[in-house]
Design a protein around this ligand. Structure first.
Ligand SMILES: *Cc1c(COP(=O)(O)O)cnc(C)c1O
Length: 394
């Protein structure tokens, strides 16, 4: 008997069998997997049998991306989650207990800072702010007892570089209460820096930014050793941090060109930084590749010859000049994010750092004239032409 459309349509037909393998990663968005038997379902759900049952607990596209991250970061384990902040939340939920103390860099991404201070307080933790470029101050705080130190490899917007090897030594020497070093490597990517190889305990990437590089994904990853992994898969599932297969699939594709994009963007950023340094409209330029940057030597040692895609500069005319620059530099859209293939700019005072007190803004060197470039992979001539056009309005 032939089936009716309403019986045909809802039924899933098996994937066609073929003796060949797909060469590029397939996208597998299924929310649930069909089990063979009750025994198999039990084994899968107990973790006694490796395999998939429910997307929130794990899926092939996350695992394909995780395998790349493990290799890139020389990590034993990697958890791919729905955003960079989900990866940070995962670290907080798995690495710190109520009563724990967190040392928070004074130069963190705004939401990270919020997570490890006021949100962590709601979970019964305390936190103190430290300047990661002041190693003696970090050492003193670690010696007072701490469980987690959170820093960024390259900070926003002044692009200060954390000495990861030195910080790792400090947390290791901190006494019986072993403090862990968590590094947000988003601005560096594994092309410039692999913090775990320098002694860090855990590393987070906001894949949303440079790792995916195409501005069309929200994704994060936490990498670390087996010894710290205990509760991690459970926390991903119970707190609902899992990523979508589509985002993991797109990011896997974005990774294909990561090394090439990084090299081109770093070269372009160096050219842009040098160009800006010659202009009278610009008061100062912040780029770790410039010999005058306070962390230039460290960056040269730690990053293997590239200095990254981010450049900041301060216009002499303050916020008025920044507004004019943004209006006139037509080739550089004002997008308060970073890491895309095209060059974009952001204005920290009105976007990423608007929540800080005026005192904190001043301490970080942020005023209305500061512009942060995320340099893309266009030709260097195009990038410099656009900057030149923007400066011509001042
Ligand atoms: C964007 C960003 C994050 C947060 O990542 P999302 O993917 O947006 O959640 C964390 N750290 C840094 C340095 C970032 O730039």
């Amino acid at each position: 008997m032939s089936r009716r459309p309403d019986d045909i349509c809802p039924r899933f037909e098996p994937v066609p069998q073929t003796p060949t393998e797909p060469f590029s990663a397939p996208l597998i968005p299924t929310a649930v997997w069909r089990c063979e038997s009750t025994q198999q379902a039990e084994q899968l759900l107990a973790g006694d049998l490796a395999g998939y049952v429910y997307q929130r607990d794990g899926h092939p596209n996350a695992d394909i991306f995780a395998a790349k991250c493990r290799e890139l970061h020389r990590a034993e384990r990697a958890a791919v989650v729905s955003s960079g902040m989900a990866a940070m939340a995962l670290a907080l939920l798995t690495q710190v207990e109520p009563g724990g103390r967190i040392l928070v860099s004074n130069q963190l991404y705004g939401r990270t800072s919020l997570l490890f201070t006021s949100e962590a307080r709601r979970l019964g933790c305390t936190s103190s702010i430290v300047d990661p470029t002041d190693l003696a101050a970090v050492q003193a705080e670690v010696e007072r007892g701490a469980d987690l130190l959170v820093v960024e490899t390259i900070s926003n917007p002044m692009l200060r570089v954390a000495d990861i090897r030195a910080l790792a030594e400090i947390v290791r020497g901190g006494g019986e209460r072993r403090c862990r070093l968590l590094v947000d490597n988003t601005f560096a990517t594994p092309v410039l820096c692999q913090p775990l190889t320098l002694g860090a305990d855990l590393v987070v990437e906001s894949v949303t930014k440079l790792m995916n590089g195409h501005g069309d994904v929200m994704l994060g990853v936490l990498c670390g050793p087996e010894s710290l992994w205990g509760r991690t898969p459970l926390a991903v599932s119970a707190w609902g941090l899992a990523c979508s297969p589509f985002d993991a699939w797109l990011a896997t594709r974005g990774l294909v060109t990561l090394a090439l994009r990084s090299e081109r963007a770093s070269n372009n950023a160096m050219a842009a930084a040098k160009f800006l340094s010659t202009r009278r409209e610009v008061l100062d330029v912040h780029y770790p590749g410039l010999p005058g940057h306070p962390d230039h030597q460290l960056a040269a040692r730690q990053f293997g010859g590239q200095f990254g895609a981010m450049v900041s500069f301060r216009l002499a005319g303050g916020r008025f000049a920044a507004d004019a620059f943004i209006r006139t530099a037509e080739g550089i859209p004002f997008c308060p994010s970073l890491g895309d293939a095209a060059t974009t700019l952001s204005h920290p005072l009105s976007t990423s750092h608007r929540g800080l007190s005026e005192q904190d803004q001043q301490a970080l060197g942020i005023d209305g004239g500061v512009i942060r470039l995320s340099v893309g992979i266009e030709s260097a001539e195009q990038v410099i032409d656009s900057l030149s056009q923007g400066l011509s309005a001042l």
